[in-house]
Design a protein around this ligand. Structure first.
Ligand code: ADP
Ligand code: MG
Length: 327
């Protein structure tokens, strides 16, 4: 099981930012409205994530750290199949196989919080009481301490932290109702309050993408035949300085897709400027049945059932909005 966990960890845990991604997604699932992320030494020394979500009941703490599908994985072939499905239910056991993990959690009606630890091969599933408020804190210390070859592949503290910072910003761009605080070596780097009104949301965009972007952006809000596109497209004056700022979310999930890029670029270049790369933060909402986002959960790929329809919708939505609001 230890070996299976470590191989699984190779799928889930590439670097500190991948740990942060899994843990923060769990906070979303738990209905958190405030998430605190503390990082030390680029995440190699400490990754600590605290949320105010629903918490985990005492009896389930050990379960959360155990491989749900252990019995199903008996050969490497099985493992590959699970890997391609994305190891749902495997994040915590995988992380705890390559780091020292502590889990503290308290549910709404519990008298106190409970704490368990898992450290490489040692698992301490005997919960101890703890004064933690409602919600969950997961501490991951000394990532890859027991897999030195992988630890060696970690980049500089600064690089690993910048991956984490970019990840948090990307997640914050699609979870406006959640507050995020990110610290590195005890210094506050990001502090985003929950943003419910459009004005507050634009403030968050300004904090993440720069005020130059939001001040020179066309607001998009266009719906037709069950598809709804919202967000901002930056004007060319701004594009020059930030050629790679392109965020496209499908049902709150960041994706990269050639069909999407093509449609956005076509519309942008048609209406505004030829030969320039558009900068944008765009959100497409559509029936989840029309899109398969789980093809590769760790990657950014997505598969639309009706690619042509989505492409043409995006093109016309942007074409019209940009033409109407052309400066
Ligand atoms: P998955 O999220 O795919 O179920 P994980 O290994 O990421 O698998 O988490 C295992 C389980 O631990 C979750 O299903 C959830 O019940 C619980 N859990 C993990 N993190 C949290 C959290 N922050 N708040 C509440 N429950 C959590
Ligand atoms: Mg998870």
């Amino acid at each position: 099981t230890q070996l299976v966990n470590q191989i699984a960890a190779g799928e889930v845990v590439e670097r500190p930012a991948s740990v942060v991604k899994e843990l923060v997604e769990n906070c979303f699932d738990a209905g958190a409205t405030q998430i605190q992320i503390d990082i030390e030494q680029g995440g190699a020394r400490l990754i600590r994530i605290r949320d105010n979500g629903c918490g985990i009941i005492n009896e389930d703490l050990g379960l959360a750290l155990s491989r749900h599908a252990t019995s199903k994985i008996s050969s490497l072939k099985d493992l590959e199949q699970v890997a391609s499905m994305g190891f749902r239910g495997e994040a915590l056991p995988s992380i705890s196989s390559v780091a020292r993990l502590t889990l503290i959690s308290r549910t709404e009606n519990a008298e106190c919080a409970w704490k368990v630890g898992a450290d490489g091969t040692e698992k301490d599933f005997d919960p101890q009481p703890d004064p933690h408020p409602q919600g969950t804190t997961i501490e991951v210390r000394d990532l890859f301490y027991n897999t030195p070859a992988r630890r060696k592949f970690l980049k500089s503290e600064k690089t690993e932290f910048s991956h984490i910072e970019n990840l948090i910003k990307k997640m914050a761009l699609s979870h406006f109702d959640i507050g995020f605080v990110l610290t590195h070596n005890q210094r506050e780097i990001v502090n985003l309050k929950p943003a419910s009104s459009p004005a507050e949301q634009e403030k968050r965009i300004a904090k993440i993408c720069g005020s130059a972007f939001i001040e020179n952006a066309v607001r998009i809000d266009f719906a037709s035949s069950g598809l709804h596109l919202t967000g901002w497209v930056g004007l060319p004056t701004f594009s020059r300085s930030q050629p790679d700022m392109q965020f496209f979310y499908v049902n709150a999930r960041l994706i990269k897709d050639r069909l999407v890029s093509h449609a956005v670029k076509q519309a942008y270049q048609d209406v505004l400027y030829h030969g320039r790369h558009p900068v944008f933060v765009l959100y497409l909402a559509l029936d989840p049945k029309l899109v398969d986002v789980n093809a590769h959960p760790a990657k950014l790929e997505v598969r639309f059932r009706e690619g042509r329809l989505v492409h043409d919708f995006l093109f016309s939505a942007l074409h019209r909005s940009l033409a109407e609001q052309r400066p």
